[in-house]
Design a protein around this ligand. Sequence first.
Ligand SMILES: [Zn+2]
Length: 472
Amino acid sequence: VFKGTLADSPAKLLACLQLNGRIDKELGRLYSYAAMKSDQDTRRSQYQGMKQMLQQLVTDYNSKASFVAPEITSMDRAKIDAAIAQEPGLKIYRMYLDDILRTKAHRLSTGEEKILAQSGLLAAAPVSIYSILSNAELPFAEITLSDGTTARLDQAAYGKYRAVPNRADRKAVFDAFFGTFDKFEQTYGAQLSAQVNKDMFYTRARNYESSLHRALDANNIPVEVYHTLIKNVNNNLDSFHRYLKLKQRMLGVEQLEYFDVYAPVVEDVELEYTYEQAVELVAEALKPLGEDYVGLVKRSADERWTDVYPNPGKRSGAYCNGSCYDVHPYMLLNYNGRYNDVSTLAHELGHAMHSYYSNKAQPYATADYATFVAEVASTLNEALLIHKMLDTIDDDDVRLSLLMNYLDGVKGTVFRQTQFAEFELAIHETAESGKPLTGDVLTQLYGDVLKRYYGHEEGVCHVDDLYCVEWA
Ligand SMILES: [Zn+2]
């Protein structure tokens, strides 16, 4: 209907963008349903199939709508500005239009855009293969701990048992968990290499200097920001090593090992919370954000916006999905009852409230937010939670354990994320310079970064070669 007419009149442009937005919104909702159902139990093929159908539908639609960007770039900025002035309805699309104009040099012809849009279906393959193998089919090892507990070491169990007090158990947990991944090192290598090749394909097709340039350009962030982050974190690895040495001292071990880093530093502090207690605690801690906010936190629990507990086949980790614009945000947790899980709940609620308020206050066209700013809302909530805990708890051991947990959080958000960023940069640069990315190359690259961060050479924390398969 609209093809070839967008430059005709501001009214035509507006009508097209509105329809595009409506379809995009509904597709997002449908896809969320399929993807989240599938995450609840990745072994069920019914929802895998639904996801595939949606991927096909989205690809088809993107291919049909691929004329929009080229027609917009064919108008110059003056013409777009005039259109917005003439048609006030276009105002909410300014950001969208500006982004298309800003990235004009990387936009292709209508025919080329159509081919690129159709490649979306192929591009989704590495991630779906990875997810099914890791969450549903990987033959995780069973181990027996010193107290007689047997555990099948999948991702959720690894998250739980890597923090057991008994040192030999922790080593056994690490050996078994990474041993499983090590057996599939080359398969994982092929998957990650496929993912990097996908990035490289779009980078070259869109005439970007590197995958880093392309990835950051989506949010209009200069590459210097990325390099500066890595440089400054490397310049301050001493502080990270101080934290590791503190951990070593508190654990009372001669040599800190990589399998020690999740160990409890204070003996006999076993903080356990039911999910209901966790919601109460988090709601209490978030009081400074106002009654409305706290009410919403409670509502999210009452209305069951969250899939709470780990289950066989369930996707690992935690996330918040705020893309069902007309409904409410959804969350997925793997709640194990530890303080860390309470903190994760606070974190995901930060994303959920961010999405909720953004969706409520903004039209669909501007409601979404960039990953680059997303963690502000979530980490603030984590900080409010620890403040609340330290305010109300007097017991020294518990306080120590909480403070260490907070430092663990800083490790996670500052050092570990940058460590991952450095690894990602390294693998993309390796592939872009024409070198292979096999499983063992990936383990080598990851091991180099990991050992540097943990001060392996300086004797701060010893990292066993087996654990360098952690990238998988
Ligand atoms: Zn987050």
